[in-house]
Structures are given as C-alpha cells and as structure tokens.
Design a protein around this ligand. Structure first.
Ligand code: DOR
Length: 446
C-alpha cells in the first residue's frame, strides 16, 4: 500500500506495479493497455517489480507522462498567505504535474542569480520539481536588462517580466538571449492599448459597464516580438495567448521558420468572457440564459477571458499543434483581493488542480483528442525547457495516473493550494488524479 497524501522529492525512490493501465505516451504515439512497472524510481518491465511492491489495479485508469507547467505563480518570496513553494508544489502534484516553472513577479522580484538559487534551494524537498524563470529586467521595470547570463548559470530556464510585457529593453534582451539558448517568455499586452480595461472589450463589457481591452493589445506585442525574434534569432515563447489573431500570427511565423513557441491556459480554452456576467457554461456550449452571479472577481484575469470564437480557435490550434502547450498561469490571490468590486480585483485564478479536468471536459465535448491533451500538458512543454518525458523501460519514472471518468467537486477541502480563487469553485468536474510520480518519487497518491 502506498499511503494516501503527498510525498517529497527527498523521499526514497518508488517501486510499484500498475496492472492493466491505459498507457498514453505522446512521445511514441502509444495508446495501449498494458502493465507498467517502476523499480527504484525507473520504469521497468512488470516481471522486474519485486513481489512485495505495491500493486495498483489500473482498469479504467490512464497513465501518462507527468505534466509540465510552464507558467506558475508560487508567491515566494513575499506573499505566503496566497501560496508557498510547499502549498503550490502540492497543488501541482494533486493536478498531475511533475515539473512547474515559477514566474519571477514575486516581492521582491527574482531578478538576480542569488534569488534564483534561493528559490531552487527552497524547492529541494517540495512535492514537485520547481524550475525558475528569471526576470528579464531589473525589478521587472522593463527598461534595464537584468544579468541574464548569471541567472542562466544559476539555473534559470527562461526569462520573463510576466504580469507585464518587457518594455524598452526588449530588443537588448532578445539579442542577449541569442547566446544563452533560453527563451524570452513573453506576457503579450501593450499597456497603452490595454489602458484601464478590466475585461475583454465587446458586448459583455458594454452590458456590464466595465472598461474593456481589445485583443489588438495582445497582437501588438506578439507582432513586435516576432519581428525581434526574426531579427535576432532568439527563442521566443509567447505565454497565455488568448485570441485567434495572435495564434494566426504564430502560425505564420512558424511557417516562416521563426523560433517561436506558445501556450494557452485551460481557462482561455474552456471559459468565455460571458463568465464575467455570471455565465457558467463552457465555451463550447451555449451560454446560460439567466446567469446567477455577475461581476465575480474570480473571473478577472490577465489576459481577460475571450470570446467563444477565440476559445474555439485556441482549441483548434492545440489540436493542430500551432499551440505547443497548455500552461495554467496558476495565480493565487487571497479573498481580500478578489471579493471586491470587479474593477478592483487582482487579476488571476488558480489552475494547477483544475487543468486536467478542463482539458478532459474539452475531450468529452469532442473538441480535443486525449493524446493531444496529454501531449500539450506533458511532452511538448517539457521539450520547450529541454526536458524529456518517456514511459519506456529504463527512463526515470515521471508520470501521472488519472481516472478520466471519475468526477470531483472543486472546494476548499479538495484543493491543496493555499488559495481558492477560481470561478470553478463548487462545480463538479471530470478527471481525478490517483497517483503522481516525479523524479522517481511518489509525490501524490489518492
Ligand atoms: O491574471 C494574471 N495574474 N495575469 C498575470 O499576468 C499575472 C498573474 C498574477 O501574478 O497574479
């Protein structure tokens, strides 16, 4: 028996047998029912597993490579009431993630090598390996380039001023990155065009009397950065893209050979801007007619929730591979920053524990295949940060086992995150994680 609950990366390596599980491995295109063994933290044949090792009956369960989240806010240092490395890494393990990348918009920001090293040290015994993204500019101020080489030497896997786009230093940052082999992870939002908008511009914003910002504010930075990537040869990763126009620009840039990758959040795939008006129907469903709760601050997020047409285009782009990854932008905030008038609410919602469920809801609706979902959550984002995922014999055991048919209710007692700011609170969603193994250790067992 593996005890229920969370493990740590410092626990002894696992040995166990998963009997008759549906194995989905996008790296080899595999989708087959078989036994999967783990011995001493590495994948093994079933016959190699010691007879006294725990056995998990895999019937009805899916085993997939562990998920890799390119975009997580751990709020350490500076805001432990919202999240810590401990609580955030447990939320990750509960959601099936075996690598998370921490954004540097902390208090103070992670903008030098010492801060990168400190966070890595804090995460040594966490429930999920944490990779660190360094700030692109000093203090995330946008104008003075940070010491990117020193941060890369300390282990930073990429650079971002997330929360805002990089400002006047962007060209200098891109030139410097050319030699470092690490991507600029860009939050594409033109501050002038976004102005004081608090949701997507359009009919819902007008009906609610809220200031909106147009998708053009995202596209302006996407186009700027694609031009700079072409000119400098630097790698560009556009995070949390939210509109069809941005995805079209990426599709063209990829065809032109520009070194660009991108991700989308589960909430931009599944929730539309009508959620701000209280709608709780998924983006692929018809909107609810008489929604109960408008102006819910938990729906305020940057970039804002988009239209149903955008959500459909984003889903198609995940399916056709133009969008490389699904990344959560897990953004914990306490109630005092969320249960306030909508235009004063802090932008962001938690996503680590609901990402798989929203993806599976899209699969149930026929908008995505299961193997495309798994690839966008695991092998493809891992490749962007130079990590591999494989379920083949001899590889380090890194996997998630979930029941796609079981449902769970999102509430305080079912979440491991220190925060609960999600509009999905109270909803019943498909997909329950039964086991997470990261770097050969059991980090979560239901
Ligand atoms: O909604 C968001 N929340 N978007 C961001 O870019 C930042 C994030 C946060 O840190 O809360």
């Amino acid at each position: 028996m593996i005890p229920a609950g969370f493990g740590r990366l410092t626990d002894p390596p696992a040995s166990l047998l998963l009997a008759g599980v549906r194995v989905i491995d996008p790296s080899t295109g595999t989708d087959e029912v078989r036994d999967l063994g783990i011995v001493g933290g590495a994948f093994a044949d079933a016959g190699e597993v010691p007879a006294d090792a725990p056995r998990i009956e895999g019937h009805g369960l899916v085993a997939a490579p562990g998920f890799c989240d390119l975009h997580v806010h751990l709020r350490e240092p500076g805001d432990p009431a919202s999240e810590t490395v401990e609580s955030g890494s447990r939320a990750a393990a509960h959601g099936g993630f075996t690598t998370i990348c921490a954004m540097p918009n902390t208090e103070p920001p992670i903008d030098d090598a010492e801060a990168v090293a400190r966070l890595q040290e804090r995460a040594r015994d966490a429930a999920c390996p944490v990779r660190v993204i360094g700030a692109a500019t000093v203090g995330r101020g946008g104008s003075e380039m940070a010491d990117l080489a020193a941060m890369a030497n300390a282990g930073a896997i990429g650079f971002s001023d997330d929360g805002a786009a990089v400002g006047s230093a962007t060209a200098e940052v891109m030139r410097a990155l050319g030699g470092l082999g690490r991507p600029l992870i860009e939050h594409a939002e033109d501050p002038g065009l976004a102005g004081d908008g608090v949701m997507r511009a359009g009919a819902t914003a007008v009906a609610l009397g809220l200031a909106g910002w147009d998708a053009a504010a995202e596209l302006a930075v996407v186009e700027r950065d694609l031009g700079l990537a072409a000119a400098t040869g630097a790698r560009l990763h556009l995070t949390h893209l939210s509109s069809a126009s941005s995805v079209d620009a990426v599709r063209r840039a990829k065809a032109d050979g520009i070194r660009v990758t991108c991700d989308v959040t589960p909430h931009h795939l599944a929730l539309a801007e009508t959620w701000v008006a209280g709608d709780r129907a998924f983006a692929w469903e018809d909107p609810q007619r008489n929604p109960p709760l408008a102006y819910d601050g938990s729906c305020r997020v940057n970039p804002p929730l988009s239209t149903r047409e955008d959500a459909a285009a984003l889903l198609r782009a995940v399916a056709d591979g133009t969008i490389d990854a699904i990344a959560t932008d897990h953004a914990p905030h306490p109630p005092e920053r969320k249960r306030v008038p909508f235009d004063q609410a802090a932008p962001g919602l938690i996503g680590l524990e609901t990402a798989l469920s929203l993806g599976l809801a899209a699969v149930e609706a026929g908008a995505l295949t299961l193997i495309a979902l798994v690839g966008a959550l695991s092998t493809r984002p891992a490749a962007i940060i130079g990590e591999s995922r494989s379920l083949s014999r001899g590889s380090r055991a890194d996997l998630v086992v979930f029941d796609p048919a079981a449902r769970w209710r999102v509430d305080r007692s079912s979440l491991a995150s220190a925060s609960t700011n999600t509009p999905l609170l109270g909803m019943s969603l498909p997909g329950v994680v039964r086991l997470t193994v990261a770097d050969g250790r059991v980090t979560y067992r239901a």
